[in-house]
Design a binder for this molecule. Structure first.
Ligand SMILES: [Zn+2]
Length: 599
C-alpha cells in the first residue's frame, strides 16, 4: 500500500524551529525552515544531516515551502540553502518574499554584529537564497513538476501567511503553518476548501485554550496600560516588527484619541516604516476595514505614536514603548527591560507566546531573579502581564478548520506535548479520525488509497448501457462492470474480452465449471429433461431458457444434460456446466435442482 510519511525536524512536540519533511507519491517536500529562539547553539537550526549525511540537499528534496515570515518558520533558510547546499525551488507568498529577507538580515545583525558569532550566514547569502524563491499567489495551483502541485490559502496570522495544499495524483497533504480562524483589527480569518487531504498538519500552539472574547482582552489591555501611566509608570510591550505590533498600535491610538491622553507612545524600531510600506504594498492581504480606511488615510501612520530613540528610555515620567523582539531574547526590548525591571511602578506586557529558554518565557513562569551575561543577576520588580494577542488558532479554531477541510488523518506540530495530547483526544473522539503528534526525528506513516485512472472502451460502455436499460448511469445504483484490464504503453484500459484477445494477439481458451446433481426421478431421461425445462421456465422469468433438439436445456451459457444412474434405476444424474461469466447463476441452478422437481 502506498504511504505518506511525515517527519518533523523541528516543531515536533515543541514550538520553534518549524521544519517538517513530507514524502508523498515519491516526492520529498520540506515545510518551513525555521530557527529556535530558545537556543544559541547547534539546536538553533534543524538537523539537516537527517536528510543526507554528505550529499547535497537538492538531490533529496523536490521543493521547500515557507508558510510565513516569522523566524521560527524561515530563520534557517539561508543556512540550509547557502551553507548546507540546496539549489531547488523555494516557494512563499509575495509578502513573505518581501519581508522575510529584512527579518533575516535583522537576525543576522544581532547574531553576528552584536553577539559576535562567527560561522553564520552573511548578507550576501540571504540575497543568494532569496534568488531561489518562487512567489505564490493565493488559490493558484502551481505545478512544481509534472506530478507535484501546490496551492496556497489565506491563513490570517501575519501579513502574507499561507496554508498550503500539496498534491501528487489523488494523494494530498495540507500544512497550516501558523493560522488564525478569527479576523483581527488588521487581518482576515483563515479559510480553506473542503479538500479532504489524507493528512492535515496543523499548528497547536493554543491547543488547550479557548480564548475569551477579543473585546474583553482588549479592554483589559487598555485598562492595565492606563493604570500604569496614571501612576507615573512606564509600560514596555515587546513585539515582533510586523503583526501584533500593528494590531496593538491601532488599539492604543484610538484609545489615546478618545481619552485625550498625553503620555508619549513610542515604537522602537526602524523596521516600522518598512513594515508600514509593506502593509500598503500588500493591502489586499489585510481585512476589509483597513482596505476601506486606507482610501482616506494610512491606518499605520499614527498621530500619537512616535519613533523611539534609545535615550528616551531614561526620560522621567510615564511612557509606553513598543520594542522588538517579542520574546525579550535580544535587542532593544531586552535593553529597555533591563533598565526598567527594577521599578515596581513599571509594567511589561507580553502580548504573545514565548518559547522556552527566552527571558520572556522565564518571567511569564514567575522567575524574578534572572541570570544575565557576565554572571550578574537582575531583580525583576516590575509587574509582568501576559495577554494572548498572538494570532494563533485556539482549540475551537483548530476544530473549525478540521470541519472545513475534512481530513482523513490529523497531525499536530508547533505545540507542547501535554497540550497536544489533550487536543488529540478531543479530535479522535469528535471526528473519529487518527491524530498523530510525532516528536522531532520521529516518522509517522499513513497508508493511502490512491485512485488509479482507467480508460474504458466505447464498445464496452455501449454494451453496459444496453444491459442497464438506459443511457444515463444512476448514481444510486452502482453496478459491477465486467471486462478485461489490459496495460499498454503505461496506461490502463478496460475492454471486452474479445477486444483484449485481438489487441494482445492471443487465442481464446474457454474455462467451464461442471457439477453433478443426483436426483430421485423414476421417469425416462427425456421426460425428466422436459420437466426441468418447464420448472426453470416458471422459476427464472427473465432469463433465456432453451430446450435444444440435441437433448440439452440451456439457461444463458449454462448447459444441463440428463443421464440415468448406473447404480440406481430410479435415479438420474444431471450434468451442469457453465462459463465464468455465469458463475452466480450456475451455482444457483445447481442448488435449485438439488431440491428436486415439482411432481
Ligand atoms: Zn508565526
Amino acid at each position: 500500500m502506498p504511504e505518506i510519511k511525515v517527519t518533523p525536524l523541528g516543531a515536533g512536540q515543541d514550538v520553534g524551529r518549524s521544519c517538517i519533511l513530507v514524502s508523498i507519491g515519491g516526492k520529498n517536500i520540506m515545510l518551513d525552515c525555521g530557527m529556535h529562539m530558545g537556543y544559541n547553539d547547534d539546536r538553533r537550526f534543524p538537523d539537516f544531516s537527517y536528510i543526507t549525511q554528505n550529499g547535497r540537499l537538492t538531490d533529496f528534496l523536490d521543493c521547500v515551502i515557507i508558510s510565513h515570515f516569522h523566524l521560527d518558520h524561515c530563520g534557517a533558510l539561508p543556512y540550509m540553502s547557502e551553507m548546507v547546499g540546496y539549489d531547488g525551488p523555494i516557494y512563499m507568498t509575495h509578502p513573505t518574499k518581501a519581508i522575510c529577507p529584512i527579518l533575516l538580515e535583522d537576525f543576522r545583525k544581532i547574531t553576528v554584529d552584536k553577539k559576535g558569532e562567527t560561522n553564520f550566514f552573511t548578507s550576501q547569502m540571504i540575497k543568494d537564497c532569496m534568488k531561489k524563491v518562487i512567489p505564490l499567489n493565493l488559490h493558484q495551483t502551481v505545478q512544481v513538476d509534472d506530478e507535484l502541485e501546490i496551492k496556497a490559502y489565506y491563513a490570517g496570522h501575519v501579513l502574507g501567511a499561507a496554508m498550503v495544499h500539496i498534491k501528487v495524483g489523488s494523494e494530498s497533504v495540507v500544512y497550516t503553518g501558523d493560522y488564525n480562524m478569527t479576523p483581527d483589527r488588521h487581518l482576515g480569518a483563515a479559510w480553506i476548501d473542503k479538500c479532504r487531504p489524507d493528512i492535515l498538519i496543523s499548528e497547536s500552539t493554543y491547543a488547550t485554550t479557548i480564548r475569551d472574547s477579543k473585546r474583553c482582552r482588549e479592554r483589559d489591555f487598555l485598562k492595565k496600560v492606563h493604570e500604569t501611566i496614571e501612576r507615573g509608570g512606564k509600560v514596555l510591550i515587546p513585539v515582533f516588527a510586523l503583526g501584533r505590533a500593528q494590531e496593538l498600535c491601532i488599539l492604543l491610538e484610538t484609545f489615546w484619541e478618545r481619552m485625550n491622553l498625553k503620555a508619549p507612545i513610542y515604537f522602537s524600531t526602524g523596521l516600522t516604516e518598512k513594515a508600514n510600506h509593506y502593509y500598503k504594498l500588500f493591502i489586499t492581504w489585510t481585512n476589509q476595514k483597513i482596505r476601506k480606511t486606507f482610501v482616506q488615510r494610512n491606518m499605520f501612520e499614527f498621530k500619537h505614536i512616535k519613533a523611539f530613540d534609545r535615550s528616551y528610555a531614561d526620560n522621567p515620567g510615564p511612557m509606553v514603548v513598543f520594542a522588538t523582539p517579542g520574546m525579550l531574547h535580544a535587542g532593544q526590548s531586552l535593553q529597555i527591560f533591563k533598565k526598567w525591571a527594577g521599578n515596581d511602578k513599571n509594567m511589561v506586557i507580553m502580548p504573545g507566546y514565548c518559547v522556552q529558554g527566552t527571558i520572556g518565557h522565564k518571567i511569564l513562569n514567575g522567575q524574578r531573579k534572572l541570570e544575565m551575561e557576565g554572571r550578574s543577576t537582575l531583580d525583576v520588580k516590575l509587574q509582568v502581564e501576559y495577554m494572548s494577542f498572538s494570532a494563533h488558532a485556539d482549540a475551537k479554531g483548530i476544530m473549525q478548520l478540521i470541519r472545513m477541510a475534512e481530513p482523513r488523518n490529523m497531525l499536530l506540530v508547533h505545540g507542547e506535548a501535554a497540550k497536544m495530547e489533550f487536543l488529540k483526544g478531543k479530535i479522535e473522539q469528535e471526528f473519529s479520525i487518527d491524530c498523530y503528534m510525532p516528536a522531532n526525528g520521529e516518522t509517522v506513516a499513513v497508508t493511502t488509497n490512491p485512485s488509479v485512472p482507467v480508460d474504458i472502451s466505447l464498445n464496452l460502455l455501449k454494451r453496459e448501457m444496453a444491459l442497464g436499460g438506459g443511457p444515463l448511469p444512476d448514481p444510486k445504483k452502482p453496478r459491477t462492470m465486467h471486462g478485461t484490464l489490459i496495460m499498454k504503453e503505461n496506461s490502463l484500459k478496460l475492454v471486452s474480452s474479445e477486444q483484449a484477445l485481438k489487441e494482445l494477439g492471443l487465442n481464446e481458451h474457454q474455462l467451464r465449471f461442471t457439477c453433478r446433481v443426483q436426483l430421485q426421478d423414476p421417469h425416462s431421461d427425456s421426460d425428466t429433461l422436459h420437466r426441468i425445462y418447464t420448472h426453470l421456465k416458471s422459476v427464472l422469468k427473465d432469463y433465456t431458457i432453451q430446450h435444444l433438439p440435441d437433448g440439452t436445456v440451456m439457461v444463458e451459457s449454462i448447459v444441463i444434460k440428463v443421464s440415468s444412474s448406473a447404480e440406481d434405476a430410479n435415479a438420474k444424474v444431471l450434468l451442469l456446466s457453465w462459463s465464468y461469466q455465469d458463475e452466480d447463476l450456475g451455482s444457483y441452478l445447481s442448488s435449485l435442482l438439488k431440491k428436486g422437481l415439482p411432481t
